[in-house]
Design a protein. Structure first.
Length: 208
């Protein structure tokens, strides 16, 4: 949900762009000005609708399940934000006949983030400190600090989750201690570890 809220930086200017487009159409400007106004309205409305849809999905219970892979498709909110920036560039050029180069760069970057969202998320997930799935648990290592730990559920001896520390121990004697408040997403990490305890218990019951 926090990432969705960050995109308000795109939505708020879109509202002003919508009003500018509405004014251009209402004043009856023909030619390029009219079509620019239509483009401003369509792009800003699309951004707001997509943002609201994403925000509702983020706050819906169960929308993010720890240990499951994130959606690796195109980020349509970023794509819509890119078109809003294009509309801003055209609006500024129409009024001043000058191109806002910083905004052009921002638009290109925004389109890039939107198009390659899946690859970026996948790359980040590989570097995640903690991953939990049906097969086992993975705790990433940090340079010069702790080695990574990866084990199937039948090889996990215990998973203890306390107010601050979480300790994962294997049957071979390896262990990994996590400082939960030090993690980037403490709440998700706690939820993933609780899920890990359930999966470990299920594995033991299935083995009798």
């Amino acid at each position: 949900m926090a990432k969705s809220l960050q995109k308000l930086n795109h939505v708020i200017p879109a509202m002003g762009l919508f009003l500018a487009g509405e004014q251009a159409i209402r004043e009856g400007h023909g030619g390029f000005g009219f079509y620019l106004g239509v483009f401003e309205i369509v792009s800003s409305v699309a951004l707001v609708v997509l943002f609201i849809r994403e925000f509702r999905s983020a706050v819906r219970p169960g929308a993010t399940h720890p240990g499951h892979a994130a959606h690796h498709g195109i980020d349509w909110v970023d794509i819509a934000a890119g078109f809003v920036l294009v509309a801003e560039i055209l609006e500024h050029w129409h009024l001043t006949h000058h191109i806002q180069r910083p905004t052009v760069f921002t638009a290109i970057t925004t389109f890039g983030f939107g198009l390659f969202h899946g690859r970026l998320v996948e790359k980040r997930s590989r570097k995640r400190v903690l991953r939990v799935d049906e097969t086992g648990i993975f705790v990433g290592g940090r340079p010069f600090k702790a080695r990574r730990l990866q084990a199937a559920w039948h090889d996990v001896a215990s998973i203890d989750v306390g107010p601050r520390w979480a300790v994962i121990a294997t049957r071979t004697g390896r262990s990994r201690k996590l400082d939960l408040p030090d993690l980037e997403e403490e709440v998700l990490a706690r939820a993933a570890l609780l899920r890990a305890q359930e999966l470990m218990a299920d594995d033991r019951r299935s083995r009798g």
